[in-house]
Design a protein around this ligand. Structure first.
Ligand code: F0G
Length: 460
């Protein structure tokens, strides 16, 4: 089969969901009503929804059948026992609840939490627990053009420097994200994961994995790292987990479910404390805010997620869209990542200053052009500095075209690419934005904007 296209989907469509086609005037009105924030668009006005890969996957017939096997006992649901990972697993209704628990239990006020690039909810929970985040990702991750094959890697020198400056006791733990979302879905190598964990463990610092997209990361290790080509994704995933002390997981991504997550740890005492906390915020420790059927779908989804054919098609679709854009000269984060294509909005719209949020404007303009909904991942997402209150402007100012798993066809990718390319040709018609409403926490979700001139984000 070498040389042939080999990533076509290992499934066929059994049921369809109709989409509403809209006109440009309808979309102009919808985006204005949504305060030029794609998060605030009613989804019925969206044609191709690339906002997120979170909770948007299509479940398989086996998962739907699994829903009928839900054991809705309040305590000790059978489905709970179908989930296992680290020594202790505590279900949560999604990833950020696991982050809340680990942050509250393991961070003391004034401590630092190093991590390989921030994620919005992860950092928020670290700060709410009195900690502060310190970025220890390699410099290449901040450069959209760098072709480094493992841009998610931690820079060991940055970790050593933190330990030297603060002392190991001032470091709560290291938060290790696989297939780093904000860097463009970029993986860590097994070598780096092992070296990072060894370094931390030598200093008595625990490492908690953000396993949200760990299977996608395992796929890249298999593809790119010597010695892994003949291993299964499950074996590689196991190896990643074995290096670390526990994990938080949003099952809404890799695990192919619409809701679900968990916290998993090896430490008995920490597990005990986490079980005490989950009853306050989520529910009993054998369901953590989920129905039994959700846990069953999650257990089946995890099994499906580590099938090589599935992951090959999944990443293959992302690469298909990415190559189309690269061929047309669209500036995107390189190499092509795992869960979506990240358009470099700063390079795409050089006439819009960072203070006018080029990525927010580009996402809104893309929606107006074609009904494709993307998401800003730049200055708006980064929020404000917790001490100075000033806007943070990370090096990466991106629009994320995130691909839900098993949902859209190749023709949908073509339509998306055509729209992005058309915008590139008319990029001068995109107008910058300013806030009209800025929420205190995770502002990107609910913020509202207006164009800095006129009343349209895409002129002409
Ligand atoms: N960690 C990572 C790396 C994530 O990408 C997310 C969610 C979470 C934790 C939080 O999980 O949503 O289940 O509470 N990312 C979504 C996204 C929202 O669109 O990237 P959650």
């Amino acid at each position: 089969m070498t040389g042939r296209r080999s990533w076509a989907e290992p499934w066929k469509v059994k049921m369809v969901e109709h989409l509403r086609m809209t006109t440009r005037p309808e979309r102009e009105q919808a985006i204005a009503q949504a305060g030029f924030n794609t998060f605030l668009l009613p989804s019925e006005f969206v044609y191709i929804d690339l906002l997120t890969d979170s909770g948007t996957s299509a479940m398989s017939d086996r998962q739907w059948a699994g829903l009928m096997m839900g054991d809705e006992a309040y305590a000790g649901s059978m489905n709970y026992y179908h989930l296992e990972s680290y020594k202790h697993l505590i279900p949560t209704h999604q990833g950020r609840c696991a982050e809340h628990i680990i942050s509250q239990l393991c961070i003391r006020p004034g401590q630092t939490v190093p991590g390989n690039m921030y994620f919005t909810t992860t950092k928020m929970h670290q700060e709410l627990a009195g900690g502060s985040f310190a970025d220890v990702i390699i410099d290449e991750a901040h450069d959209p053009r760098s072709e480094h094959p493992f841009k998610g890697n931690c820079d060991l020198k940055k970790i050593e420097k933190l330990i030297r400056e603060h002392g190991a006791e001032k470091i709560a733990y290291l938060s290790l994200e696989t297939n780093v979302n904000m860097a463009g879905g970029q993986p860590c190598s097994m070598e780096n994961i092992r070296a990072t964990c060894d370094l931390c463990h030598r200093h008595g610092i625990k490492v908690y994995l953000d396993a949200t997209r760990a299977v996608e990361n395992a796929y890249f290790i298999r593809e790119r790292e010597p010695g892994y080509a003949n291993k299964t994704l499950a074996e590689i995933l196991r190896e990643i987990c074995d290096c670390t002390d526990g994990a938080t997981m949003s099952a809404k991504k890799d695990a192919l479910v619409n809701i679900g997550g968990f916290l998993a740890v090896n430490d008995d005492e920490l597990a005990e404390r986490a079980r005490n906390m989950v009853v306050v915020y989520e529910g009993l420790h054998t369901y953590g805010g989920l129905a039994g059927r959700d846990m069953e779908a999650m257990a089946i989804g995890i099994q499906e997620s580590v099938q090589l054919d599935h992951m090959h098609a999944r990443i293959g679709q992302v690469e298909y869209l990415g190559h189309k854009l690269i061929e047309a000269g669209v500036p995107i984060v390189r190499p092509i990542g795992g869960h979506g294509i990240f358009v470099d909005a700063a390079a795409f719209l050089p006439h819009i200053p960072r203070e006018e949020f080029p990525a927010q404007a580009l996402a809104a303009a893309l929606y107006v052009d074609s009904g494709v909904r993307a998401m800003e991942r730049g200055g708006v997402s980064a929020g404000r500095d917790k001490e100075t209150g000033k806007n943070l402007f990370p090096k990466l100012e991106l629009v994320r075209l995130t691909l839900p798993r098993r949902v859209y066809t190749q023709a949908h990718m073509d339509v998306t690419a055509e729209s992005v390319i058309a915008l590139l040709e008319n990029s001068r018609k995109v107008v910058g934005l300013r806030f009209t409403y800025e929420p205190k926490y995770l502002r990107f979700f609910q913020a509202r904007f207006e164009p800095v001139r006129g009343n349209r984000v895409l002129e002409g």
